[in-house]
Design a binder for this molecule. Structure first.
Ligand code: ADP
Ligand code: MG
Length: 740
């Protein structure tokens, strides 16, 4: 007896080999198959008489008729088989042709009735149907039972060996059998309130819609459902957290003033506002969960340092001082934060530790020492160290904080809450959490992915900043750009060159490098475009090629273009120590041009760098380009961003133009969303949102509705006891998505 939970291999029509293929898209049970949603639809709904076809040239239509003739022939080029058929209805006849499907004559015989759907084609004077979709029918005029033609037809994302036609053939009978049995997992009050289709109708209308409106209505329902589950998940965690206790850290306004007085600049109003929100949160006994969002260069680090200082200095009767963990995404950034935070807190008798996979350092009483990892760990455990800055190594086994009161996460939007979970296991008191990001995300995504965090926004730049001049450089202007760079360097300025990941340094590339500078290989694994018959190189191979291409560019720049300048390469294969040294040298003016892959993308602060030159700019998303651009313009000097492109593509042009005109990360993220769709948003893949949820993200009203509904339900019934089905779905859903 087949049920919704029956494994697919037990369905007679599927069998072992198809089951294997389906498992590749995560389909294991009958229910999974029913919930495998179409990617789009073909509109084959208009059925016309054969004699009307001539007026409908190049339009997609359906005809129904009887086969009067069908046969296979070989083309003159031998290897191609052609099936030709003539179909007749009461108005006339038309020819249909298929290529390389000789088995068709086994399915379709003379006198059979068929329904055919395709664009009408013209050949010389005659019209014909080229490779139409077809299905057998019982009589002309049949409408009800059509699956592949004569209706709005679902098209699934296919992979090798599983076609949409086959999926329709499998899914439709399952819908007949099970659609009625699928339990409604949305609370009835929600279905009523938003007038959603009941699940049983919605699932039919999604696969085999009567109209495009009903397909949309059903999609809206499922988008709602996925986003609703995300919201439930996020808010449930939040409620759980609210019941925990955190150390209240009272702020000391005099101390904060003293701190800001030592800075070489004045805080912007935005920085003050955000710092205040954070300091106020820290005073509470409920754990803070706050996201500090601000464009690159807006000065988040100093705000974080204020929070850290406030926590450390608020004693509140604890035996040992409170501690702060500060996590950065890369070793370079961890070290940069270590240096700048140490400097900022130097006058306040605060000790700072650095822990990366390779280095252990301590800053204490104005001195920095290298120490053994063991002694660093000891100081963390005894509570001697006030602030510990590091990479992921901070959450590894064996790191025990005596008195952790605040966790700061820089540019770790992919992790966040889970990392705090790691740091608090078995602790009575939960540390506060401050997460920082420069990734501007549209509000819908913020509400979804960061739905459990409160938001503080730094929305102004320090006063001394000049707008970065952004210029799209045509190939013919390359030399002018180089001359300009030479002049800037002779004034002591630093230059970043970003060279995109490229797949191989073949001879064509070399040739055009010589002619016009770098050209980006078209076969790019990174952009997801893999030409047919293309062998995908292994990842390590890619990394090697990448370094090789970077080296070639390095040779070219240092020999031919800037023989007199000091150029250095930076790439992901280097040791952290080497990278760090390079960054320090660059900062101190011992390097003129730093050529790198996108590793310098986040957070690195080099005020003397005034030029960001990006090769193959069309290869990057707007938000990412904006991040690159934010590496310069960090002082009162005029900075420049040169976008070198090799593609004359108009769409790319339009995107890059947006970057020239717009300097607001949020607007750029929104533009990326509009031009390239939600998948293009920087970092979204890593959030692993389900398809339907992604589609829903472009709709702020939908997102707000799901949030309000989730709140309402959880307030009434936090354990979802009255909603056992919803609870079960949420459990499954939580297993499926992990925001990592
Ligand atoms: P981000 O927000 O990208 O992390 P940082 O915190 O690295 O930015 O700050 C960028 C640079 O701006 C640093 O050199 C910092 O010292 C400086 N800075 C921060 N706040 C101000 C301010 N209010 N005025 C001038 N410079 C500032
Ligand atoms: Mg930063």
């Amino acid at each position: 007896m087949i049920s919704l939970s029956t494994p697919i291999e037990e369905i007679p029509k599927i069998g072992i080999s198809y089951a294997k293929k389906l498992k590749k898209f995560g389909i294991k049970t009958v229910q999974d198959l029913i919930f495998y949603f179409p990617a789009r639809y073909d509109d084959f709904s208009e059925i016309i008489k054969i004699n009307q076809a001539r007026q409908r040239l190049k339009e997609t239509v359906c005809v129904q008729g009887q086969i009067t003739q069908i046969e296979n022939t070989k083309s003159f080029k031998k290897w191609m088989s052609i099936t030709e058929a003539v179909i007749q209805d009461e108005s006339g006849e038309i020819k249909a042709i298929w290529f390389n499907q000789p088995y068709l004559t086994k399915n379709l015989k003379e006198d059979d009735f068929v329904c055919l759907a395709v664009k009408v084609s013209l050949f010389k004077e005659g019209i014909y149907l080229n490779s139409p979709s077809y299905e057998r029918i019982n009589e002309i005029g049949e409408k009800e039972e059509l699956t592949h033609t004569g209706r709005i037809v679902p098209v699934y994302s296919e992979t090798r060996g599983v076609t949409s036609k086959w999926l329709r053939y499998i899914i439709k009978p399952l819908l007949y059998r099970f659609a009625e049995q699928i339990p409604e997992s949305l609370p009835t009050e929600i279905v009523k309130k938003y007038k959603f289709l009941p699940i049983n109708d919605a699932i039919w209308q999604l696969h085999f819609p009567d109209t495009f409106e009903s397909a949309d209505a059903s999609k809206a329902r499922f988008s709602f459902e996925e986003l609703f589950l995300i919201q439930l998940n996020v808010l449930k965690e939040k409620i759980k957290l609210m019941q925990k206790k955190s150390p209240a850290c009272l702020m000391n306004p005099d101390l904060m003033k003293e701190f800001t007085d030592t800075l070489p600049f004045k805080l912007t109003d935005s920085q003050k506002k955000c710092a205040f929100q954070i300091l106020k949160d820290l005073e509470k006994t409920v754990p803070m969960s706050r996201l500090l969002e601000g464009d690159v260069g807006s000065g988040k680090t100093v705000v974080a340092a204020m929070a850290a200082l406030s926590v450390i200095k608020s004693k509140a009767g604890l035996p040992a001082g409170r501690q702060v963990a500060f996590m950065a995404p890369t070793e370079i950034l961890a070290k940069q934060h270590f240096r700048s935070v140490s400097e900022m807190v130097a006058k306040f008798n605060v000790s700072v530790g650095l822990m990366t996979s390779k280095d252990s350092r301590i800053f204490k009483e104005n001195e920095t020492y290298d120490v053994s990892k063991k002694s660093l760990l000891g100081d963390i455990e005894s509570g001697q160290l006030n602030i510990v800055i590091g990479t992921h190594s901070l959450i590894q086994k064996g790191v025990e904080f005596k008195n952790l009161a605040l966790v700061i996460l820089d540019e770790q939007h992919r992790f966040g809450v889970e990392q705090r979970d790691h740091l608090i296991k078995n602790k009575k008191l939960v540390p506060h959490l401050l997460s920082m990001t420069a990734t501007p995300i549209p509000r819908t995504l913020a509400l979804t992915v960061y739905g459990d965090l409160d938001l503080s926004l730094i929305d102004e730049m320090p006063e001394n900043r000049k707008k970065i001049k952004t210029i799209i450089v045509e190939p013919s202007q390359r030399k002018d750009a180089y001359d300009f760079i030479k002049k800037e360097v002779s004034d002591g300025k630093g230059v970043f060159v970003i060279f995109p990941k490229i797949e191989s340094a073949n001879s064509k590339l070399k040739e055009s490098l010589e002619k016009n500078g770098p050209v980006i290989g078209s076969a790019s694994v990174q952009s997801g475009f893999v030409p047919q018959n293309y062998n995908i190189p292994s990842l390590s191979q890619l990394a090697i090629n990448e370094v090789k291409a970077l080296k070639e560019e390095y040779e070219r720049l240092s020999k031919d273009v800037f023989p007199d300048l000091r150029i250095t390469m930076l790439h992901g294969k280097m040791k952290p120590k080497e990278k760090e040294k390079i960054m320090i040298d660059f900062k101190n003016g011992e390097i003129d041009i730093l050529l790198s892959t996108s590793v310098v993308e986040v957070g690195v602060d080099i005020p003397r760098a005034t030029i960001m030159m990006i090769e193959g700019a069309e290869r990057f998303g707007l938000s990412q380009l904006h991040q690159f651009r934010g590496r310069v313009g960090r002082s009162d000097m005029q900075s420049y961003c040169f976008l070198f492109t090799t593609s004359p593509d108009q769409l790319n042009r339009k995107r890059l133009k947006a970057l020239v005109d717009c300097h607001n990360g949020f607007e750029l993220a929104q533009k990326d969303l509009e031009i390239r769709g939600p998948g293009s948003l920087y970092g979204t893949q890593q959030w692993g949102l389900p398809d339907m949820a992604m589609q829903g993200l472009s709709n702020i009203f939908l997102v707000e509705k799901t949030r309000a509904s989730a709140k309402e339900i959880l307030e009434k019934d936090p354990a979802l006891e009255k909603y056992p089905l919803l609870k079960e779905r949420l459990k499954q859903f939580e297993k499926r998505i992990h925001f990592e």
